[in-house]
Every structure is written in structure tokens, then in C-alpha cells.
Design a protein around this ligand. Sequence first.
Ligand SMILES: [Zn+2]
Length: 72
Amino acid sequence: MAVPWCEPCDRFWNPSSITPHGTCPTCGQTVETPPAQSPDTRQKVPWHFWLAITAAGIYLAWRAIQGIALLF
Ligand SMILES: [Zn+2]
């Protein structure tokens, strides 16, 4: 697993934190790993995707229950 690393700032960056050009948002240096989309990261579904789907499902179910309750 490659993590973007900025030499001048002496810190790691989250791939989504660095600029689209692959540079450090603090000092502008090119970090060692540009945020290139590797095939395995594109195929992997992030856990928060399922969290959002679950939350939407619970919300819609709750709205459906409320809608049915209004009929009585
Ligand atoms: Zn930096």
C-alpha cells in the first residue's frame, strides 16, 4: 500500500487530501505517490458507501412507516 509522503513537511497525506496535481496542499511539493487510481482501489467499495446505503434504507423505511401511520 502506497501512502503519499511529503518530504519537506515530514508527514503522510491521505490520498484525498493532496491536490489533484499530486502536490502537497501545505508546501506545494510533489508528494511521492500521486493520487493515481489503481485498479484495486476502484473495485473496492468503501465501507461508508454501505453505511450510506443502510442509512438511506432505514430513513426510507421510517418514512414509509410514518406514511402508513398517517392513514389511520
Ligand atoms: Zn508538504
